[in-house]
Design a protein around this ligand. Structure first.
Ligand code: NAI
Length: 459
């Protein structure tokens, strides 16, 4: 009998296992593929490793901006891929060691929920059966691939985030369907290496939920670097290596590439888990289709002692959300008061320059009817930013309550805003006002000072 069984070893599951193990609970963790889940094996970490390679190459190419002259900088795509695999292997090894350290029993099999009795919840994996007092489901998500006519016939030309990471050769021409986070990160990577990239996006903007002004600035930067953006263009089919889409006037257009990346969102993994064997209720979309496991703010499902965390819940599909949700579930299992709050979940896009945001955007604040103010400054108000980003564009934008100036949202473009944004997560969590932020001593010179400068810019 285990105190907790966790199905899925991604950032939801393995972090929960660590926390549970540290608290002295006996834990069994089922992972059918590789510890670390999508994030570590085919998402966050491999893409950041590749993007860093592209960034270093970009520094070499543009060294003259800083008085550095490299002759004919070049790169070896195969070595990028090898280094990515090495980084992933090292980090997977780290998680394995952590599981051992916390005495978590890792079962490398697909797990199915068999049933529930007075004794506990029964899980079957391989030829073994496991009993547990509590169950946490963290089975993640996979790329949603719409049934575009002609998609199946197109075969290996079509890739998702998973297959594109395994490519051993750089595509010469890449068509990206969906200008969201995944689409833009791969567009950034490949365009830096000289691939001709076209992004086909059905909305009028890239990076849907991010701040409108920042999305448009980023689009402008990549358009200047040669990325072709087709906005308000809905993909209707695939013909071999050609994407067929409808332009804003309803005209049928075509664009070809040697690879076509489908990055139009993700769908929760819950099929075949046996959730129905214990009666777990699902969250549904307006059409009544199940989209994820229904949970409350404590990550509890409708069944006592059964929890879910991460992408399998069908919303806020981010690794860091999953980890925190896993912690909340374990704390509730331990009887500690803890609940999930979603008002300060940061979002980062690792393009170059990076985009980072947390809390409400201007359009969200408007839609909610909130009385708010916007204060913004170019990143160039930070001396460190100017020193390190020759000709670089950037912006810092804060959304605050009109009366008390409490921080409601923060949105940035410019390196390294991914490393600065957490201060604004703390500000939102702690309901800090701009007046309080003004009293904090920021290290100088840092790009982070832009936040304090922006706070002082409020009229
Ligand atoms: P997404 O939801 O960010 O973007 C998908 C885009 O595809 C949307 O803009 C949508 O309008 C567009 N689209 C949908 N159907 C289309 C069609 N038929 N024609 C043209 N455009 C179409 O989804 P994405 O990029 O696949 O990312 C999936 C998840 O992974 C997201 O939840 C994201 O938050 C997460 N993720 C996070 C990362 C990060 O935090 N840096 C990195 C990568 C993924």
């Amino acid at each position: 009998m285990f105190d907790v069984a966790i199905i899925g070893g991604g950032p939801g599951g393995y972090v929960a296992a660590e926390r549970a193990g540290a608290a002295g609970l006996s834990v069994v963790l089922f992972e059918r593929k590789s510890l670390g889940g999508v994030c570590l094996n085919e998402g966050c970490i491999p893409t950041k490793t590749l993007l860093y390679g592209a960034k270093v190459y970009n520094y070499a190419v543009n060294g003259d901006h800083y008085g550095v002259y490299a002759q004919n900088p070049s790169f070896n795509y195969g070595e990028f891929v090898k280094r990515k695999d090495k980084v992933v292997k090292k980090l997977v090894g780290g998680i394995k060691a952590a599981m051992k350290g916390y005495k978590v029993q890792v079962v490398s099999e697909s797990a199915t929920i068999k049933g529930r009795s007075a004794e506990g919840i029964e899980i079957v994996a391989g030829s073994e059966s496991y009993l547990c007092r509590n169950l946490l489901v963290c089975t993640g998500s996979e790329a949603a691939v719409p049934p575009f006519p002609g998609l199946k016939e197109a075969g290996e030309v079509i890739v998702t985030n998973r297959e594109i990471l395994a490519l051993q050769e750089q595509p010469k021409e890449l068509v990206v369907i969906g200008g969201g986070v995944i689409g833009m990160e791969f567009a950034a990577f490949y365009s830096t290496l000289g691939t001709k990239v076209t992004v086909v996006e059905m909305l009028p903007k890239i990076l849907g939920p991010m701040d409108d002004e920042i999305s448009s600035m980023l689009q402008g930067i990549y358009a200047k670097r040669g990325v072709n953006f087709c906005l308000k263009c809905k993909v209707t089919g695939i013909e071999g290596n050609t994407v067929v889409y409808e332009d804003p006037e309803g005209k049928q257009c075509r664009v070809s590439g040697d690879k076509i990346l489908v990055s139009v969102g993700r769908r929760a993994n819950f099929a075949g888990l046996g959730l129905e064997n214990i009666g777990v209720e699902m969250a549904t979309n307006p059409a009544g289709r199940p989209v994820g496991i229904k949970v409350d703010e404590h990550m509890r499902t409708n069944i006592p002692n059964v929890y879910a965390a991460g992408d399998v819940t069908g919303f806020s599909m981010l690794a860091h959300t999953a980890s925190r949700e896993g912690e909340v579930a374990i704390n509730n299992i331990l009887g500690k008061a803890d609940r999930m709050r979603y008002n300060a979940i940061p979002g980062v896009v690792y393009t170059n320059p990076e985009v980072a945001g947390v809390g409400l955007t201007e359009s969200e604040a408007k839609a909610k009817g909130i009385d708010f103010k916007v204060v913004k400054l170019p990143m160039a108000y930070s001396g460190r930013f100017v020193a390190e980003n020759e000709g670089g564009e950037g912006i810092c934008k804060l959304i605050v309550g009109a009366k008390y100036h409490e921080v409601l949202g923060a949105h940035m473009l410019g390196n390294p805003c991914s490393e600065i944004i957490q201060s604004m997560c703390i500000a939102i969590e702690q309901e800090m006002t701009l007046e309080q932020i003004k009293e904090v001593v920021f290290p100088h010179p840092t790009v982070g000072e832009i936040i304090k400068e922006t706070a002082f810019a409020l009229k």
